[in-house]
Write a protein that binds this ligand. Structure first.
Ligand SMILES: CC(C)(COP(=O)(O)OP(=O)(O)OC[C@H]1O[C@@H](n2cnc3c(N)ncnc32)[C@H](O)[C@@H]1OP(=O)(O)O)[C@@H](O)C(=O)NCCC(=O)NCCS
Length: 173
């Protein structure tokens, strides 16, 4: 399978239909899904994969599977997804990891690789992340990769923090 990105500890690859069981480790966990509307069952997980494959086709990006480079273990997903923000389409960095893999710095390492891929390979002007104000772990990841809070936006009836990092700001980090 084609390698998308690589970091010192992680490998990124495209998601495929064989990932249902892997993704269910995250989607069926109420703690991991605390800031999402609800946990996902198998059918909804298949729909997530179909949506992701569509993103690959339409935009050339999407959520990718992140594996441990040495063991090949499934760690989570991280990637780039076009997202409507105030009627403009922005490039969002998304990250969701299996709970037993939290607290090792994997999400920050993965999100950084996506940030650089978006800003310097794809030459997108800025990256964003939409984050629940209570989701401290996620706010910390965004801050660690250099993003800062721009404002609060409403999305599907919820107030979310819009975190932003421009290429210019990233150059200066
Ligand atoms: C958001 C999420 C990915 C963050 O995961 P995380 O493991 O806390 O984040 P990181 O990978 O950056 O790990 C950071 C922690 O690992 C620690 N760490 C341990 N070893 C490390 C290493 N070698 N390098 C870096 N950090 C390390 C850091 O000190 C830090 O600890 P702290 O949180 O107590 O400060 C995770 O909580 C998650 O998947 N949540 C569910 C999905 C979700 O809400 N996604 C975000 C939607 S906006």
């Amino acid at each position: 399978m084609e390698k998308i990105l690589e970091t010192p500890r992680l490998l990124f690859r495209e998601m495929h239909m064989g990932d249902v069981e892997n993704l269910m480790m995250i989607f069926s966990d109420p703690i991991a899904m605390k800031f999402y509307p609800e946990v996902k069952n198998e059918e909804e997980t298949i729909r997530w994969i179909v949506w992701t494959l569509n993103n690959y086709r339409r935009f050339g990006v999407g959520m990718w599977v992140v594996e441990n480079k040495i063991t090949g273990d499934f760690l989570g997903q991280c990637g780039l997804v076009p997202q409507k923000v105030d009627e403009r389409v922005e490039m969002e960095i998304g990250y969701l990891f299996v709970k037993k893999e939290w607290g090792k710095g994997y999400a920050t390492e993965a999100a950084k690789a996506c940030r650089d891929y978006g800003l310097y390979t794809l030459r997108v002007e800025k990256m964003v992340s939409l984050i629940d104000p209570q989701n401290n772990s996620s706010l910390k990841v965004a801050t660690r990769i250099g993003m800062s809070r721009e404002k609060i936006i409403k999305k599907r009836g919820r107030d979310l923090f819009l975190y932003v990092l421009t290429r210019k700001e990233c150059d200066a980090l």
